[in-house]
Write a protein that binds this ligand. Structure first.
Ligand SMILES: NC(=O)CC[C@H](N)C(=O)O
Length: 232
């Protein structure tokens, strides 16, 4: 099993993800520079966070149009898991691998703090180790994290159980106060209709060891590794 971690100019969470995959959960992983065109030999992909191309035009817009994204699309079409974290989520929406868009936070500042999230579904390759309804703590760090989609798309995401994480308060309720960026319906993460592409704004790799204040993010990577072992 081998997982590719894509690096663009401006990516800055690549080595954190590499550390979690290799040192914390013992999976085989490698960073791949965006100029590589092939991802043959890889069974899964992480598009990590950062500021690819300085967030120029729109966050993720330039990275989404690089040749390696054709290979990421191929991996996704093969049913292999693709995980986009923060800037990675922005890139996956810009590449149209995921619905909707990430727009400037309602209060237009960079926000960097812990959030509580409710796991809305355990039936994805990335959340199989969670319980539906479980409330977990993961940090956010973004300026363009407001999830937006047109009403019919939102309805479809709900109907198909594609909303994976929602920002909630300490009691597990998706209130306005618990919503750090104005995301519609408090959405923090979604999957595609085939369920093998996940994007989320919070950073599970920054909460994968208890010394960091939470190790609950680790289960995202462990679930992904289980899925690869079982299927590929
Ligand atoms: N941590 C990140 O990936 C940053 C996300 C993005 N560049 C933003 O600020 O919106």
């Amino acid at each position: 099993m081998k997982i590719a971690i894509i690096q663009f100019g401006g990516t800055n969470c690549d080595l954190d993800v590499l550390h979690v995959l290799k040192d914390v959960i013992g999976a085989d992983a490698e960073t791949v520079w965006y100029k590589e065109e092939s991802l043959s030999g890889f069974d899964g992909v992480v598009v990590p966070g950062g500021f690819s191309y300085g967030d120029y035009l729109r966050a993720g817009a330039i990275a989404a149009r690089t040749p390696i994204m054709d290979s990421v699309k191929k991996i996704a079409a093969e049913g292999k898991p693709v995980l986009g974290i923060c800037n990675g989520f922005q890139i996956l929406t810009e590449a149209r691998l995921l619905e909707g868009a990430l727009t400037t936070n309602e209060y237009p500042k960079f926000r960097c703090h812990w959030t509580s999230l409710r796991v809305e579904t355990a039936s994805t390759p990335f959340t199989s180790r969670f319980r539906k309804g479980e409330v977990i703590k993961l940090p956010i760090a973004h300026m363009e994290g407001k999830f937006y989609a047109e009403e019919p798309t939102l309805a479809e995401l709900d109907e198909n159980d594609q909303v994976v994480f929602r920002y909630v308060d300490e009691k597990g309720r998706p209130t306005d106060k618990a919503n750090p960026n104005g995301s519609l319906e408090n959405i923090a993460g979604i999957v595609n209709s085939s369920r093998n592409v996940l994007g989320l704004m919070p950073h599970p790799e920054r909460a994968s060891e208890s010394i960091l204040g939470s190790d609950q993010g680790r289960k995202v990577f462990e679930s992904m590794a289980d899925y690869i072992t079982e299927n590929f």
